[in-house]
Ligand binder design. Structure first.
Ligand SMILES: Cc1cc2nc3c(=O)[nH]c(=O)nc-3n(C[C@H](O)[C@H](O)[C@H](O)COP(=O)(O)OP(=O)(O)OC[C@H]3O[C@@H](n4cnc5c(N)ncnc54)[C@H](O)[C@@H]3O)c2cc1C
Length: 441
């Protein structure tokens, strides 16, 4: 296959379209879901199919350019600057094979698309809190959500991946066809190849329940104390996330989000110790349909400007965590603790690059960043979180929780990082493919 030699010939080759700065639709196409990240890309290709992806990678390689793949832009970091942005949103097909418990998913599909197709069969994908997030970016970065304590990372449930490699060649990788690349793509992000489709294992979940309980923030210390006890003994079917939320103009609250792979009555029993904390202003636990999982946290669906930082924690018993939760979080909107453990700590032998997540909790801080002054204040507060955690942060974090500017190195131990970097040098010596958290540098 020959490479298009100019943007004009690339544009003529495409079934989708190529947009350049100055074109009417360019600014919109170059804007990611996270509006806090300004992307200064050289061109945007809206791919209509895998052939468009291959033509774009071949053109970039021949021209000494780079491509950055993006479906929604939830994970935008600024690394796409100076690249050809390859938008995959039109590759959004989803096919479910009920008998094989597999979904074949285009690289532009979102979790909502997968859940809509899988839920009628009593099957679920291993999505996170927000169904609007793209399957590809989430899964390539590990993917950690409500089902992880039972089933592990989404990345470890991938059966095969269709890619266009850094030479522009379309091929399928799996446990036997290029196992090195298959291993790396499952957890190390999108820095090694452009994905055009994935085959995902689905899991049967006959009953699922969830909901939330809300208290005024003055109860934060008591809620945290119960949270420590309940999570320490929780069956892996139960996942609890505890947030301190301070929305502008609203009273500060503490919110317990719960998900349970089982019936609502058992979920209520498991949550009964929280009844000892008075003053709950809302308490809703009930059955949740597998295509309504996003309703548990009701994350924003429209594009928003936000900054975040996450840390994996070795525990939540420390005074430092208590201090964080019982103190105002402003200028942040939220601090959230996620209980991990279970299958996350015990990946199978064929697991991807992220390996075991042995830390039992994750702390996630988030602030809105609609204007520069607030964005700076939020960034400063997030930067102090590690210090405030006073040694409770392990220093490692999954790729999907890396913030702009954080390097892939933060997700891996030294031997794993070295293996990934060797692979990057061998497979993409020109740096034709650029992920949002590059493996080198
Ligand atoms: C509201 C919200 C809720 C979230 N909840 C969770 C959660 O519960 N659990 C969790 O683990 N994460 C969560 N995340 C993080 C999210 O998983 C990452 O930001 C992820 O990268 C988003 O994937 P995307 O495809 O939507 O984003 P994009 O920005 O489109 O993609 C992110 C990166 O993935 C890579 N990529 C995407 N498509 C391709 C492709 N076709 N080929 C090669 N590389 C590709 C690229 O490097 C790209 O820069 C959340 C994020 C937000 C904003």
């Amino acid at each position: 296959m020959t490479a298009p030699t100019s943007t004009e010939t690339l544009a003529d080759t495409l079934h989708g379209r190529l947009l350049r700065p100055g074109d009417d639709a360019f600014a919109r196409a170059a804007t990611p879901w996270n509006l806090a990240v300004r992307q200064r890309v050289d061109a945007v290709v809206e791919a209509a199919d895998a052939d468009d992806v291959a033509a774009t990678v071949r053109f970039a390689r021949a021209a000494g350019h780079a491509v950055a793949a993006q479906s929604t832009g939830h994970g935008a970091t600024g690394e796409a600057d100076g690249t050809i942005l390859l938008r995959t949103g039109r590759l959004d097909h989803v096919e479910v094979d009920r008998a094989a418990r597999v979904a074949r998913v285009g690289a532009g599909a979102r979790w909502a698309d997968v859940q809509a197709a899988a839920a009628p069969h009593g099957l679920t994908g291993l999505l996170g809190s927000a169904p609007g997030v793209g399957v590809a970016g989430y899964t390539l970065g590990g993917g950690l959500g409500w089902f992880s304590r039972v089933f592990g990372l989404a990345a470890d449930h991938v059966r095969s991946i269709d890619v266009v490699d850094a030479e522009g060649t379309p091929r399928t990788v799996d446990a036997t066809r290029d196992p090195d690349l298959f291993w790396a793509l499952r957890g190390a992000g999108g820095d090694l190849a452009v994905v055009t489709a994935l085959e995902l294992g689905l899991e049967p979940v006959p009953a699922f329940a969830g909901g939330r309980t809300v208290w005024p923030a003055r109860r934060a210390g008591e809620v945290l104390a119960v949270y420590r006890e309940v999570t320490a003994a929780a069956p892996r079917e139960l996942s609890l996330w505890l947030s301190r939320v301070e929305a502008p103009g609203a009273p500060a609250v503490v919110v317990l989000h719960a998900a349970f792979l089982g019936d609502a009555a058992t979920a209520r029993d498991l949550l009964s110790p929280f009844a000892a904390v008075g003053d709950a202003v809302a308490h809703e636990i009930g059955p949740v349909a597998l295509d309504a999982v996003g309703g548990i946290t009701a994350d924003p669906t429209d594009p928003a400007a936000g900054r975040s930082r996450a840390e994996l924690l070795t525990g939540v018993d420390s005074g430092a965590v208590e201090h964080l939760f019982t103190s105002p979080v402003a200028p942040l909107l939220m601090l959230q603790l996620r209980h991990l453990g279970g299958a996350l700590a015990e990946p199978g032998p064929g697991a991807g690059a992220l390996g075991a997540v042995t830390e039992p909790y994750l702390l996630y801080g988030f602030g809105l960043a609609f204007e520069p002054g607030i964005s700076t204040a939020v960034g400063d507060r997030l930067a102090r979180l590690t210090h405030d955690l006073d040694g409770v942060a392990s220093g490692r974090k999954p790729v999907t929780f890396l913030a702009p500017g954080e390097r892939a190195a933060a997700a891996f131990d030294a031997p794993t990082l070295a293996r990934l970097q060797d692979l990057k040098r061998a497979r993409d010596p020109q740096g034709t493919v650029r992920g949002n958290h590059p493996l080198l540098g």
